[in-house]
Design a protein. Structure first.
Length: 135
């Protein structure tokens, strides 16, 4: 307090130490907020890549149609935009459906690079193919 004659004036405000502590707390809070936002944006980007890879893999499975028996083996190629596919089609030994059609394992794998990290997604299914056995 400061006294001027009979009047007393009290000093109000923050000390330098209080201001510095508040600035440090604000800086830490902003750093945490920035990290949270950038992690969220990265997560959205990665999930978008997985969704695109899944869509591409489904397209390769759908493209097989009823021609599974004619493309038995391993196939691969470039899907563009950094995506690569690998397809494996193998007959399941001893498996036939009730009508006598052969059963095939079909596995498609989409791979891509996320920066320097390799990522992949695989879909597998079983398809009927071939023809009925001749009696």
């Amino acid at each position: 307090m400061i006294r001027l004659g009979k009047e007393t004036i009290s000093e109000r405000g923050f000390t330098l130490l209080e201001v510095m502590i508040a600035l440090v707390i604000a800086a830490f809070s902003l750093a945490l907020l920035y990290d949270s936002v950038s992690s969220g944006i990265s997560g959205v980007r990665i999930s978008g890549q997985y969704a695109e890879a899944l869509s591409r893999a489904r397209s390769h499975i759908a493209a097989l149609g009823k021609n599974v028996a004619s493309v038995v083996g391993q196939h691969d190629g470039d899907d563009g935009s950094g995506f690569h596919w690998h397809l494996v089609i193998e007959p399941v030994p001893g498996e036939r459906d009730p009508d006598g059609f052969a059963v095939y394992d079909c596995i498609v794998t989409e791979t891509w690079l996320d920066g320097i990290l390799p990522r992949q997604i695989s879909l597998d299914t079983r398809r009927l193919g071939g023809s009925k056995p001749v009696k």
